[in-house]
Every structure is written in C-alpha cells, then in structure tokens.
Design a protein around this ligand. Structure first.
Ligand SMILES: NC(=O)c1ccc[n+]([C@@H]2O[C@H](COP(=O)([O-])OP(=O)(O)OC[C@H]3O[C@@H](n4cnc5c(N)ncnc54)[C@H](O)[C@@H]3O)[C@@H](O)[C@H]2O)c1
Length: 450
C-alpha cells in the first residue's frame, strides 16, 4: 500500500424501478494498491483486512448488481469508465460516473448497479468479497418493481463488514507498554496499520517500532489528558495512512500512583486518575464517532476497564471508581452499534504482569499482596481484544471479564441487555427521544477530518 493516501471519493446511488442500489455510498480509493499490482500482492494486502479474492475479470459492459454480497473491485491493469446506479431501462443521466485506473479500488454495497462503459484493451480488475460472503449472484437490472424491491430488501439485510477492505487502521493510546503494546503487535501481525499514542515507549516497544516501517506502525507522543493530543492521533492516521482509524483502543491508564489517589489527598483541582482513566477514553470515543461519521464508515472502540470495574477495593478506591465508570460507559454506548455502526465494548482484565506493577516507585505490589497472585500476560488480553474487535459475537456494550481462572461475558451487549433491563427495573420506561443525537451525528457525516 502507498504510504500517503487520500480519503476515498464518495458517490451516492438511489433506489429506482430496476436497481435497488443502497443507502451505503460507493467508495473510490485512488492509488492504493501495492506497486507491483499482482493478484498475489493485492490478495495479500486486501486479505489482511478480511476481504478475499473471488475472481479476476475484464471489461464488463452489462449493468448488474449482487443482492447477496458487498464487493470490492481492484483495478490491476489499464483504465475504465464506470457507470453506477442505473440499468439499461433507466434514465442513464441518473447514474453516477467515474474513471478508474490501475491502482484504484471501488467498493460498492450489495444492491448497487454497476458496469464499465468503456475500457482500455488491457483493463483487468480483481473482485474481492468480505469474509464469510456467499458466492455473488447476478441480477441484470431488468426485473419489475416488485422483484427489484424484494432484491433490495435482501441487499439491505447484508451485514456491513467490520473491516474496510483497503484500510484496517488502529489508534491505540497506551500502546507503548504492557497490554497496549501486546494489542499493537497482534493487530500489526494481522495487517493493520497503527498509530501508537503514549507518553513514551518501553525499550521493547521502541525496538519494535524502529524495526517496523513508519507506514505500518507509527509512534506519536501524546498525553491523553490533553484533548488536543487525542484529536491529533486521528489527524496522524489521516496524514500517514490516508484515513481516520477503523479501530480505537484507549488503553492508557494508571493505578493509584502516589500523585493521584484517594488516600494521600494531595490533589488540588481534579484527580489525574479520573482524567487519564475516565475522561480520556470517553473523549476518545466521542472523537472516534465524529471521525467515523465524517468518513461514512463503521468502526470499533475497545475500552479497557478491569475486574476493579465490578469489584470492591478499599486500597484503590479511586481506580475502582474509574473502572466502574468505564463499564457503565461501555454499557450505555452499546446502542451505537445498532444505531450508528460503531461497536463500543470493554474488556475487564484481572491481574496482568506489566509495567503498571513492575515500573513504579511505591509499594503497591506489597500493599495489595499482588506478587503472590496468579497473573495473566499482556498477550492474553491483547488476543481477547482482537477477538472483541473482529467478532460479531461481541456486539456493542459487551463487557468481557478475563482472569487467570476464567473468561466470561460479564455484561451482555445492547440487544440482550435491552431484554434484561426489564429484570433490573420492571417499572414502565417510555422510549427516549434520540432526535438530538441523530441530528448531531448527521451534521458530522461526510465531513473530512480537520
Ligand atoms: N496490569 C493489570 O493488572 C491491569 C488489570 C486490569 C486493567 N488494566 C488496565 O489496562 C490498561 C493498560 O495497563 P498496563 O497493565 O498495560 O499498564 P502499563 O503501565 O504497562 O501501560 C499503561 C500505558 O499508559 C501510558 N500512560 C499513562 N499515562 C498516560 C498519559 N497521561 N498519556 C498517555 N499515555 C499514558 C503509560 O505510559 C503506559 O505506556 C490500563 O488502563 C489499566 O488500568 C491493567
């Protein structure tokens, strides 16, 4: 992939009598394929984002759509002119047109009519399909309105894939150490490109980053208590990778240091523990939603709470309060998965061997009797977070607890929680008015990140 890429061009199609088209836009990415543009290198690059090669084709002049899968076309040779959104029986001027040439990619949703109107002799493109998609069906935009409507219903029921075919970008705070660094390495191994935001890197992380291309993993100094710094992490993704991240992991956190805890009571102003452990993940989630709405794409925010988010700890009451806040926030935000395509969930790790315990000046390990307890490794949590990002099993709002002894869903995601709410609180509960929220997000849609 090129290291400097632009945001995709966005084209909209509307349903008509013969083409269902889609509420999802057509995205055209310019010059994003590997330089050699072979089937092998393109399959590898796009496959890393969970879209897989289904066939290689030449000029295709018949308007058609697939009602059962989304599709990604990667032009690997020559050039073509495309007409989308209309079939042979429609007013062609209602369609959208654009050129493509070798190196470009077009992504269109199930139901969107598409064809080439004119191509160079050497035009060749690959078709790629999201993981788990069925073999595509062909519909030639000539059916009557009833059949087209039925095909449209089928198309709009096709799940939107979790991963953008071109970019799997992550922004990770606290990625310079412990759990964050483990998550970075595991995402990178899967082909994601990553911005690490942290105050510093551990020596292991520094070595890893220095051995990795800047176009794949980049470190940006960031103090998460500065909301400008958080904003700039997303800008760094746009500058380096050409798009806002798909995955946001606010992992940075602190555990009752002597300079910010409940018992020493030397804090004036506000508790830094709350600013780092609570304000930062909440603000980063809001920035993520704005960035994703602007880019018209779906995404994931994976929050890091703790077993302290459901348990009592008199020694570390401020930390306990901060992690309870994250569990509550994740539960509250589960609905964004259904309403906005942004999956927000949280992991609740038990004790993990990391610099959080090993690299500190006080006696917390002794006070808490942590040394003798069985501990997880950062990779155990990194692996779980990758699953929580990728798998539909963990819908928005899901909170997963993992200790050395068990892994379990502590809080079900939004859909299941809705059913359970009646058990928590059987009193009548009228539906909240969400128009203001919808309007806010609508006003952010389609805007470039600035
Ligand atoms: N280690 C555990 O036992 C454990 C258990 C449950 C939850 N957690 C949570 O996991 C997360 C990661 O912890 P870890 O164990 O990997 O610890 P860690 O100390 O190895 O990593 C925390 C990272 O956060 C960064 N950070 C701290 N303050 C920052 C700031 N103001 N701006 C930017 N970065 C900052 C640190 O530099 C560090 O790289 C934390 O949220 C922690 O509360 C840890």
């Amino acid at each position: 992939m090129a290291s400097e890429m632009k945001q995709p061009e966005v084209y909209w199609t509307k349903p008509n009598a013969h083409c269902p088209n889609s509420r999802l836009p057509v995205l055209v990415y310019r010059s994003v394929l590997p330089d050699d543009m072979t089937e092998e290198s393109v399959s590898k690059a796009i496959g890393a984002n969970q879209w897989f090669h289904g066939g290689t084709f030449k000029h295709y002049p018949s308007a058609h759509f697939h009602s059962n899968t989304h599709e990604c076309y990667a032009a690997i040779s020559g050039r073509t002119h495309c007409l989308y959104g209309v079939g042979p029986l429609d007013d062609l001027s209602d369609g959208v047109e654009f050129d493509m040439q070798a190196g470009d990619i077009a992504v269109h949703a199930a139901g969107v009519a598409h064809r080439n109107t004119e191509s160079s002799e050497d035009y060749v493109y690959m078709g790629l399909y999201p993981k788990g998609a069925p073999k595509w069906n062909n519909n030639f935009c000539k059916a009557d309105e009833g059949e087209t409507r039925a095909k449209g219903e089928e198309a709009s029921g096709v799940d939107v894939p979790d991963w953008d075919p071109v970019y799997g970008f992550n922004a990770v705070t606290g990625g310079g150490s412990g759990i964050g660094f483990a998550f970075v390495k595991q995402c990178h191994a899967k082909g994601a490109r990553i911005i690490i935001g942290d105050l510093k890197l551990t020596s292991d992380a520094e070595q890893y980053v220095s051995k990795t291309k800047d176009s794949e993993v980049a470190f940006q100094k960031c103090d998460v208590t500065s909301w400008d710094d958080l904003h700039d992490l997303i800008s760094a993704s746009v500058e380096k990778f050409g798009a806002v991240p798909d995955v946001y992991a606010p992992i940075a956190g602190i555990y009752e240091p002597s300079w910010s805890n409940f018992w020493d009571d030397e804090t004036s102003g506000s508790y830094k523990t709350i600013r780092i452990n609570v304000d930062h993940p909440i603000k980063f989630t809001r920035l993520a939603m704005r960035a994703l709405a602007g880019a018209e794409k779906q995404g994931v925010v994976c929050l890091v709470a703790s077993t302290a988010g459901i348990r009592a700890n008199y020694l570390a009451s401020l930390y306990t309060a901060s992690k309870h806040a994250i569990v509550g926030f994740a539960k509250a935000m589960g609905q964004a998965d259904v309403d906005e395509g942004v999956k927000i969930n949280a992991v609740l790790p038990g004790l993990v061997t990391s610099p959080l315990w090993l690299d500190r000046e006080d006696n917390m390990i002794e006070w808490g009797k942590y040394a003798g307890r069985k501990q997880l490794q950062p990779d155990d949590i990194g692996e779980l977070m990758v699953r929580m990002v990728e798998s539909k099993e963990y819908e928005g709002g899901t909170c997963v607890l993992k200790t050395p002894y068990e892994e379990r869903i502590q809080e079900e995601g939004h859909t299941k929680l809705q059913q359970k709410m009646k058990e928590y609180d059987p009193s009548p509960r009228p539906e909240a008015a969400l128009d203001r929220i919808k309007d806010n997000l609508q006003s952010e849609r389609g805007k470039n990140w600035t």
